[in-house]
Design a binder for this molecule. Structure first.
Ligand code: FAD
Ligand code: NAP
Length: 528
């Protein structure tokens, strides 16, 4: 009999465990992987690194931790982030409550006892008052259902399930399928090693140079001297880190001035480009000015004009798929050993014993890298057989797309929480900020329930409907729904097309959540 089960041992699950322990609750964490780290445990592909700067992309809950830890680069690479998460697990003695190599298969709510029964693929069966999903927004890796994959004579990999021992591509012909963030980070490195790389592109992406570099010691000192204030500003910002945000419309400034602004941001690198003007993500005309700047950059980097054209995104607004952050991506196409295959024009028909066959040609390769992404935001949750009141399954409750209250709770599923669930800022933010905010809110909620003698908390259907409507309304004031993105569920055949994250801003959203708590958990029903 536990107070809480937490599913997942990434950034979210670890901090949740730490907070619940602090409340004196009994907790068990179940994690499919053999170690902690979540995203950073699984995504070990060459070039994997964060796209939010490390001084931001790190926990803020312990001042000792943030003062003593030293990042070596502006954007840390996966091994360093994984080392950091392992350090956190050790420093806060978290491992003793984590059961690794154990997948949670089902979670069933008992209305008589207000408890969850959680079952795993290892035949554990535990009862817990609260069930907290820290299963990750980007953890359910997807390999498209290509005909013939089983016949492929070479080796294949998914970026989100990369072998721990690494992969040596020396002398090999490699197909990379996909041109999202994972592909854009890995292709330049694979191309330096492999005999030949064939990049299968369906949709070109907008990618910013990272301008990565060793972490400037002066900057590190400055941030550490003011870390509390630095974090406060991040929490109150729109996206969970402070970007230089202009108050002007892109259309209100002369073209020369606008170009200078875009050049300045390109030279600085990283995310934050779309904050150059207030209307880049809300006005197609404003967006076109930024997109045209990107296309000109691509044409200035890629020597072959026809190839440059094929790398230029044209059919969706800049920023409405997550902006990528790269090191040398476009320039990689100037190499003799890199070929771009346009699978929009000639789709992949099958994987054969020899390689990848499109409508136009067969590409013989020794290895295939699927950089094909994830069933984002809902995949990991719906993989678990979650049953709430009256046997209602989450699959049924979300058949037309995810519906939540604040992205943290679901009507009909009492005492269940979803950290960075759909309907919260999550993937539109520095996720560590959003994770810490949800974890703190949930921990405070559990403390309040205990103090007031409540056995259960459940989002009301009315509050949920109002929140879903608000999330949709705000989403549709932007250009985001115009892209076939994973934010919209568009990367998964048959998935409902709904703009899943909340785009109202991290600071605004935090205020809303705090207000709900301050009003005695407004929009929730509490049971004694
Ligand atoms: P995860 O790290 O995904 O952890 C979830 C864990 O739950 C996984 O370990 C999984 O194995 C486990 N799990 C899932 N289902 C079950 C189950 N049924 N039973 C048991 N265990 C289960 N965000 C940013 O803000 N900045 C970045 O720079 C950034 N870079 C990224 C780079 C990559 C390659 C990817 C894929 C994502 C990136 N993200 C980034 C998003 C990233 O996912 C989050 O920042 C953060 O790491 C999520 O932490 P989490 O604990 O919520 O989820
Ligand atoms: P992704 O953005 O979903 O990209 C997947 C790619 O695979 C897309 O180019 C997609 O094309 C292509 N694809 C999928 N199915 C295909 C098919 N059947 N045929 C041909 N092409 C297909 O996935 P990701 O690159 O792993 O990134 C996911 C998210 O994780 C990112 O958006 C980001 O939030 C995070 N991430 C961050 C970083 C970082 O820089 N720190 C790195 C990696 C990931 P379409 O676009 O046409 O669908």
């Amino acid at each position: 009999m536990l107070d809480a089960v937490v599913v997942g041992a990434g950034f979210a699950g670890l901090y949740m465990l730490h907070r619940l322990r602090g409340l004196g609750l009994s907790v068990r964490v179940f994690e499919t992987g053999k170690g902690v780290g979540g995203t950073w445990y699984w995504n070990r592909y060459p070039g994997a690194r964060c796209d939010v700067e490390s001084m931001d992309y790190s926990y803020s809950f312990s001042d000792e931790l943030q003062q003593e830890w030293r990042w070596t680069e502006r954007y840390s690479a996966q091994p360093e982030i994984l080392k950091y998460i392992n350090h956190v697990a050790d420093r806060f003695d978290l491992r003793r409550d984590i059961q690794f190599e154990t997948r949670v298969a089902s979670a069933v709510f008992d209305e008589a006892t207000h408890r969850w029964t959680i079952q795993t693929d290892r035949d554990d069966r535990v009862s817990a008052r609260f069930c907290i999903m820290a299963t990750g927004c980007l953890s359910d890796a997807q390999v498209p259902d290509f005909e013939g994959l089983a016949t492929f004579a070479g080796k294949w990999y998914h970026t989100g399930r990369w072998p721990h021992e690494g992969v040596d591509f020396t002398g090999r012909r490699v197909a990379v399928i996909g041109t999202g963030s994972s592909a854009i980070q890995s292709i330049p490195i694979i191309a330096k090693q492999a005999a030949h790389v064939f990049v299968f592109q369906r949709t070109p992406n907008y990618s910013m140079p990272a301008q990565n570099a060793p972490l400037d010691p002066g900057y590190e000192r400055e941030v550490k001297a003011n870390y509390a204030e630095f974090r406060r500003q991040a929490r109150e910002s729109r996206v969970g880190f402070v970007v230089d945000r202009s108050g002007d419309s892109a259309l209100a400034v002369p073209p020369d001035e606008r170009r200078r602004e875009y050049e300045k941001r390109w030279a600085r690198g990283g995310l934050g480009f779309s904050a150059a003007y207030t209307d880049i993500l809300t006005s197609q005309d404003a967006n076109d000015t930024a997109a045209e700047f990107f296309r000109a950059k691509i044409r200035s980097i890629v020597h072959d004009p026809a190839l440059a054209d094929r790398l230029c995104p044209t059919d969706y607004p800049l920023g409405t798929k997550r902006l990528c952050v790269d090191t040398g991506y476009y320039a990689t196409f100037n190499r003799d050993n890199v070929t771009l295959a346009d699978v929009r024009k000639a789709p992949i028909e099958a994987i054969t014993a020899r390689g990848v066959r499109t409508r136009e040609a067969e590409y013989a390769v020794d290895a295939i890298v699927f950089a094909t992404g994830f069933d984002a935001m809902t995949g990991a949750l719906l993989n678990i057989n979650i049953r709430g009141r009256a046997g209602l399954t989450l699959q049924d409750a979300w058949a037309a797309g995810p519906r939540t209250y604040l992205g943290i709770a679901v009507a009909g599923f009492p005492n269940l929480f979803t950290i960075t669930g759909p309907g919260s800022p999550s993937v539109l933010s520095n996720m560590i900020v959003s994770i810490e905010q949800h974890v703190d809110w949930i921990a405070d909620c559990l403390a309040s329930l205990r103090a007031n003698g409540h056995a259960a908390i459940e989002a009301t259907a009315e509050a949920q409907e109002a929140w879903v409507a608000h999330v949709n309304e705000v989403g549709h004031t932007t250009l985001y729904p115009r892209a076939k993105s994973w934010y919209m569920g568009a990367n998964i055949p048959g998935k409902p097309r709904i703009f899943m994250p909340y785009i109202g801003g991290v600071g605004v959203y935090r205020e809303k959540c705090d207000e709900v708590a301050a009003r005695g958990y407004e929009g929730f029903a509490l049971t004694a």
